[in-house]
Design a protein around this ligand. Structure first.
Ligand SMILES: NC(=O)c1ccc[n+]([C@@H]2O[C@H](COP(=O)([O-])OP(=O)(O)OC[C@H]3O[C@@H](n4cnc5c(N)ncnc54)[C@H](OP(=O)(O)O)[C@@H]3O)[C@@H](O)[C@H]2O)c1
Length: 351
């Protein structure tokens, strides 16, 4: 018996990546893929890479009753503040949900007013949702009815920082995160800033005062050490289509050097199926280029012991480990499938 899933927001970039990964996932059948704009059209009319797959499945209108009667699990690949409007009826229908949007990532409801500008209408569900980062929350994900997948910038930053924060190897008062990210992060809908002539070849800081992902990075790092952590974080739009690189500047506490950082990474990530610690080779620090098309997060670090500082790196494909791949990894955990199922393909090269 295959697991029947629906993708709401299937015409977008993360929805398209979900369809691509699920097309060859041996445990899953996609029974519905919604798009208001493309309803009635074949999936390949939008996702040209999917020509020849899903030959009978067309985009459909968002009809929750139809979805609850045909699917067991729903992926929500929709913009912020859409999931809160539809998740109630999906859960009432007895389905489980993996939400790629930010609507259920933050535990403290007041943070939604502060960072997203809306009053969260389903506060009771926030405490039930699980932050969908398997490396930190695998056991909780297993039994969750709502999994809230992290943002892409947050995934790269949290995975780079988690081992040294958890082991308190750094000055926890001073963490500065610089993220570079490709244009697909902004989704399919073009805007002035994302239209090709405006976006190509840029190296542009954006949302430098209060990027929304700061809230979830602080939440997760604080949970790791049981005290409030604050970070400075500035994302930069760069010219590539895919990829996110977090460079995290930190300052070492006494007696801590490269060996201790290495041990902390190896201890936390040694058995993780989708984390690679990068230290050697002609490119000895993580670069998203070598993760493209895969669910890997490459982590690594550089240490200047004489200056008591280190730079920690996390590199991902924003649409895969930063979105659709991570969501499928969570699904695999929730349903007891091998965690790598559907995600076995190595990265592209050259990409
Ligand atoms: N792009 C990334 O790298 C990335 C990474 C991590 C997380 N995310 C998050 O994932 C979510 C989707 O991102 P994306 O990049 O895939 O966006 P996108 O390309 O803009 O796609 C959005 C999808 O949602 C549908 N949609 C829009 N408004 C809707 C509504 N009111 N009701 C139902 N469906 C609606 C759209 O189709 P129709 O308008 O035709 O219905 C489309 O299929 C966002 O919350 C984003 O923050 C994105």
């Amino acid at each position: 018996m295959t697991l029947k899933v629906a993708v709401i927001g299937a015409s977008g970039y993360t929805g398209g990546e979900l369809l691509r990964i699920l097309a060859t996932h041996r445990e899953v059948e996609v029974v519905a893929a919604t798009s208001r704009e493309y309803s009635g059209k074949p999936l390949s009319s939008v996702h040209l890479n999917l020509r020849g797959y899903y030959t009978n499945l067309k985009f459909s209108e968002l009809n929750i009753e139809k979805i609850t009667s045909s699917a067991e699990l729903v992926f929500l690949s929709v913009p912020a503040s859409v999931s809160v409007g539809i998740i109630g009826r999906i859960l009432e229908g007895g389905l489980r949900v993996i939400d790629l949007s930010p609507d259920f990532r933050l535990k403290n409801p007041s943070l939604y007013e502060e960072w997203y500008g809306f009053k969260h209408p389903l506060v009771d569900l926030l405490s039930k949702s699980v932050y969908g980062l398997p490396e930190l929350h695998r056991d909780e994900i297993r039994n969750a009815d709502i999994v809230a997948c992290p943002g892409c910038n947050s995934t790269a930053a949290i995975l780079a920082l988690a081992p040294v924060v958890k082991n308190k190897l750094i000055d926890l008062e001073h963490i500065a995160i610089d993220v570079k990210v490709g244009s697909s992060e902004a989704g399919r809908e073009p805007s002035h800033g994302t239209h090709h002539p405006e976006r190509a070849n840029v190296m542009r800081p954006y949302e430098a005062e209060g990027h929304r992902h700061v809230a979830e990075v602080e939440q997760e790092l604080s949970l790791l050490v049981g005290r409030d952590i604050r970070v400075a974080m500035v994302p930069h739009a760069v010219g590539s289509i895919r990829g996110a690189l977090a460079t995290c500047h930190v300052w070492l506490i006494d007696n801590i050097g490269g060996n201790e950082i290495w041990k902390a990474y190896a201890q936390m990530y040694g058995k993780e199926p989708f984390i690679r610690i990068v230290r050697t080779g002609p490119v000895k620090y993580p670069d998203p280029k070598y993760t493209i098309g895969s669910n890997y997060c490459d982590v690594g670090f550089a240490v200047e012991e004489s200056r008591r500082r280190a730079a920690l790196f996390g590199a991902i494909d924003n649409l895969i480990k930063g979105a659709a791949g991570q969501a499928v990894q969570c699904m695999n955990i929730m349903y007891g499938f091998d965690e790598r199922t559907g995600l076995e393909a190595p990265p592209l090269s050259p990409a």
